[in-house]
Structures are given as C-alpha cells and as structure tokens.
Design a protein. Structure first.
Length: 255
C-alpha cells in the first residue's frame, strides 16, 4: 500500500498540510511517494523535505497527465496493487461518527472491501457538512463522485487500464470510467477531508492561471457532459448575482 501525492511547486505547503496530516496518523515516511514534474522540482522538494521522501519525476504537464502517470507507473513499473492518491493541501481526514478514526486502519479495510466486492476505485465524502455526513449512508456503491483529493485505487492487472484526458473534472471522469468498467465504486460517506479549494500558491491554479482554470472547466464540462450523459448532469446556481454551472454525478444512473 502506497500513499501517492501529486504536487506542483508546493514544497513548503505539502510539508505543513498533507505530509503533516499523514505524520499525525503515524503513516511511515517510506510508504509515501511524491510526484513532481521535473528534476528541478525534485531537487527543490528534496531540499525542503530533507530527503525524507521518495520523489518521482513524471515529466508531465497538468493534473490530468499526472493522474495518468500514477496509474501507468505503478501498474507497469512496480508490483503495487493498492494506492491512496492524495492532494498536497489536505489539512485533515476525519470520520464524522468515529472519534477514534485511524487512517491506516481505514485504508486497509477500504481495500479489503474493494477486493471482496470487485470495486477498484473508492473514496470519501466530497463535502464536509457534518450534519449531512452524519445522516448519510456509511457506505454506498452507486454512482457518487470519488473526489480527486482522496481516492483509493486497486491495480487489477487482469483488467484494462483506465486513463483520462482532462485536467478539470478529471476526478469525475475517472469515477464514470470505473463505474462503467467495474459496475460499482465504493464511497465511505462518513469520512471526509478538510482542505481549501484553489489555493493561489502552486498547484493547478498556478500551473494554468485562475482564469485559465475557469475557462478550462467550462470547456471540459461540456465535453464530459456530452460524453458521459446521463451519468452526469449540470447543476445551475446563482452566487453573488453570478450565474454558475457545476457538473454533478447522477447517482441514480445504473449500468
């Protein structure tokens, strides 16, 4: 089992957030891999992190390519079968019901249930409203988003590999593809993460620019909708007098 963190130009933030969170849960450093784009970033991260972590150069551009690299690299260059993919800015992972939650124990059980059920993709709640989380089913196998911030991947080399072609909505695309291939996904709805979306230091916003990210999300959203509807639907909202569309999963969809 490996914890894999794709990161871009956040050598200090990752130390304070995701790596700090993993340290608090006593995840051994030798179970953690950090994916960066190039040798210069590898050197920067090694310097910031005192050479404590295994840093892998992906030679990729953008989030989508990094997600694909992780799937390719661990499938063909290692013998690993269990990956926990994490964003680099996660402050906490908690269970709304269980005050004695332990991350390593949870991940081990999640992979055990995945393999028993035939699911190869699992995740946690994509929101952090405790009221709604506590009143949700603990575990679902229907079409619910496996958010990119925290996801579990079983590498089954007897099945065709799954890759995406998006930066924006890449987690939604992987969710759809796994549901179509495997017939189910596992989501542990009482477990949630605490993070801040679109921090302007490093990450996808810096890699693409905030305006570029918004434009890419609009174009990619239409592409995903055309390709995967009725698995997905548009949700229209008005916030601060501005019209906004957000692409959502259709949890009633069945294969």
């Amino acid at each position: 089992m490996r914890f894999v963190i794709a990161s871009f130009n956040r050598s200090e933030m990752i130390k304070e957030k995701t790596l700090g969170m993993l340290h608090n849960y006593n995840v051994p450093e030798d179970m953690i891999d950090i994916i960066v784009e190039n040798e210069a970033l590898k050197e920067k991260y090694n310097s910031s992190l005192n050479g404590k972590y295994n840093i892998i150069v992906s030679k990729t551009k953008g989030l989508g390519e990094k997600r694909n690299f992780v799937r390719w690299y661990y499938r063909y260059e290692t013998d690993e079968t269990e990956l926990i993919q994490l964003d680099d800015d996660i402050e906490e992972i908690k269970d709304a019901i269980n005050p004695n939650f332990d991350l390593l124990t949870f991940c081990e059980k999640a992979f055990e249930l995945s393999k028993k059920s035939g699911a190869c993709f699992w995740g946690i709640s994509d929101f952090s409203n405790i009221f709604y989380i506590k009143n949700s089913k603990p575990l679902t196998t229907t079409l619910k988003l496996i958010c990119g911030g925290v996801s579990g991947l079983v590498i089954d080399r007897n099945k065709d590999p799954i890759y995406g072609d998006c930066d924006s909505y890449e987690d939604l695309q992987f969710t759809c593809e796994h549901f179509l291939r495997d017939g189910l996904i596992l989501r542990f709805n009482h477990v949630y993460m605490k993070t801040k979306l679109f921090i302007k230091e490093g990450g996808m916003v810096e890699d693409m620019s905030e305006a570029g990210r918004i434009k890419d999300a609009e174009i990619t959203g239409d592409y995903i909708y055309d390709r995967y509807s009725p698995m997905v639907r548009w949700k229209e909202t008005i916030k601060n007098k501005h019209f906004k569309r957000i692409l959502k999963m259709n949890s009633r969809f069945k294969c």
